[in-house]
Design a protein. Sequence first.
Length: 464
Amino acid sequence: MVTVTTASLKKDMTFSGDLFIDNTFLLLPKTAEVNDDMIKALNTWGFENLLCEGSLSLGGDIGIEGSTDDDFSEQASKEKINLNVKKIIEDSKHSATYNNDIDRMNMVREVYNEYMNYIESVFTHFVTHKEINQNELSETVQDLVIFIKEHKRYILRINPTLDANKKNFLVLHSMRCTVVALAIGLQLHLPLSKMIDLGVTCIIHEIGMLRLPPQLYMTPKRLTANERAQVSKHTLFGYTITKDLNFPLSIQLGVLEHHENENGTGYPRHITGDKITSIAKIISVACSYEAISSPRSYKDERSTFEALLEMLQNKEKKYDDAIIKALLYTVSLYPIGTYVYLSDKKVAEVVDSTPGDPRCPYVQYLTERDEHGAQKVIQTGAKSGITVLRILTKQEQQDAMRIIAEKNKAISPAAVTAVSQTGTSQTGTDITQTEKLAQQSVKKSQTENQSVSELEEIDINTFN
């Protein structure tokens, strides 16, 4: 058990475990809220320390723990995150293999994690102090906008895992939605001030979840109709929170309306597209795209390609067509981070979109390198004569990831340097072997036109 001081208790706090006065006397069951009467009684009785089987819960489907220390220090404050991000970038630049795609990807992943730590600190500080530093949040978002603009092809390749989601769903969801939303905003050429409002709103768009009983989202099961009705209140709670904290009206409305639909079937006010703010429309698309493609313990995992197909079909006209188009042109028809089978019978990863043509993304071969020793990247389409035939299945992608791990282990930094100097690989045998494995991993029995057939009912030209 951990010790919790009475002085640290505040109204509406909840804990992830039972709270005891001593080893036997139960004071507060887990997830029940602390109230003023209880705090007053404890002070009257003279109990200074309590025992807890868990720790402070942030509520909602978060799975992370907060601090009960009144002298809470914001370890991921603007100053600290700036220093950490700058150090990560500078260390990468001084690396002998900085131009290596693997090192660049690792650097972006580290920065991504720093921003997630910051988001976690925002939630934790709000739970313990009922406040959010708006200036700090806006400045942090401004830096994130610049980082995404410079590293879009890398940051969009970061996808969550089921294990990670179990640890801190709300933080992961908020971070991934923010990245997608800001990437869409860049595609729409929004001014910086609007981008900052969009990013701030997206980071805190689910903050109303913190007002809900934690057990609603801690369960790995599907929610009942009654539970879903309770969860739907989080948009109103979030609006109240942002209003009480004096956030700008555009941010308040974005939090309130991010579950509204163009056809009026959303919540909480059931308004139609002409009344929904642009920030809420972007977050709605980003949020849905993230939710469809993220693994959950209670539903089958779906790929980003499948998520994009569903968004493009837009069967019930829930989403703004202009925002869907921006998403398409941001991630490409075969979303960045997707593994694909090409017409030259090679396996590659989609690493960037082609401006003006979402059907022909840039892809990076798993095993081939260019004359400089870097992993070979080409633009699919008429220029190269190479096209995407289909995406890999989940099993094939796992095989591809294994191949990448084997290749990375086989190719040392010294070998990469040698390739860049001589134009020849010192690990050609390993590369040839993994290339064969890559080709074998593609099930020849499957139709090579799988992806094309799935797209037949979608006229991509309508988005041009």
